[in-house]
Write a protein that binds this ligand. Structure first.
Ligand code: COA
Length: 220
């Protein structure tokens, strides 16, 4: 299978799978990284990219914490993703303010993926539940429609798994994977997630009507 990273359920995550990190702070801090970055915060590690046809590759790819100046690019990606009404529950006509308030919320860590085309994707990482459930992470991923199928989503997911483990999370849960979202399902399964539950008809797909939703889970 193309781009198989060897990550399996419960398999140890390797730092060699990483791309670059910037601007770490603890899980409860704001989504935007602090600037200027300290030396240890700014240690860049070369990205290991999936084996893909060279004409499809987007290089170089860096993944780092989102900054204030990234908001417009994040909004453009968010808007394009939710407009489809096929992957997320957000109102396809959601306002910029509400979208950014969600994606860059105070308890959410937000990251962006950059190529030579600029910001091409973003993901968020947070605790799935407060208190006694806070050791389980939750994440959301969005790739610009024009950059899909080039390994950006996989790279962000691998980065996210390593970040979650580094931050002390013990597992990751996706609460709402739309059953018709074949790309996401393929990717999450390939990265070791198992379907642990099905919510019949829980999503009102813009074109297909009521479709099932999967809850997916893996240990870190
Ligand atoms: C899901 C998403 C994040 C994936 O990002 P991406 O950059 O397009 O994905 P990648 O290029 O890294 O990988 C796509 C994988 O899915 C596979 N894929 C693509 N279309 C597919 C399909 N219709 N059926 C099965 N697999 C498919 C690709 O072959 C690739 O697998 P491989 O790495 O094993 O070759 C992106 O498509 C997206 O933003 N979608 C809209 C928002 C969304 O669905 N978010 C996730 C919500 S759970």
């Amino acid at each position: 299978m193309r781009g198989n990273t060897g990550l399996k359920a419960c398999a140890p995550l390797r730092s060699s799978d990483l791309c670059s990190f910037e601007g770490f702070c603890d899980i409860s801090c704001n989504s935007f990284s602090k600037s200027p970055l300290s030396q240890t915060e700014n240690n860049n590690i070369q990205m290991k990219r999936p084996d893909r046809p060279s004409d499809r590759r987007l290089r170089p790819l860096q993944i780092r914490r989102a900054r204030k100046e990234d908001r417009e690019a994040i909004w453009q990606i968010f808007r394009a993703v939710v407009a489809g009404g096929d992957t997320y529950v957000f109102d396809p006509n959601i306002s910029r303010r509400k979208a950014l308030a969600y994606w860059l919320g105070p308890k959410t860590r937000c990251y962006v993926a950059l190529s030579d085309q600029g910001i091409v994707g973003s993901y968020i990482l947070k605790a799935n539940q407060p208190g006694l459930g806070s050791h389980v992470a939750n994440a959301g991923f969005m790739v610009s429609p024009s950059a899909r199928g080039r390994g950006i989503g996989r790279a962000m997911a691998e980065h996210c798994l390593l970040e979650a483990r580094r931050l002390g999370f013990r597992a990751m849960q996706f609460n709402f994977v739309v059953a018709t979202n074949r790309t996401a399902l393929h990717l999450w399964k390939n990265l070791g997630f198992k379907i642990v539950g099905k919510l019949p008809g829980a999503f009102r797909h813009r074109r297909r009507g009521f479709v099932d939703v999967f809850v997916m889970y893996r240990l870190l």
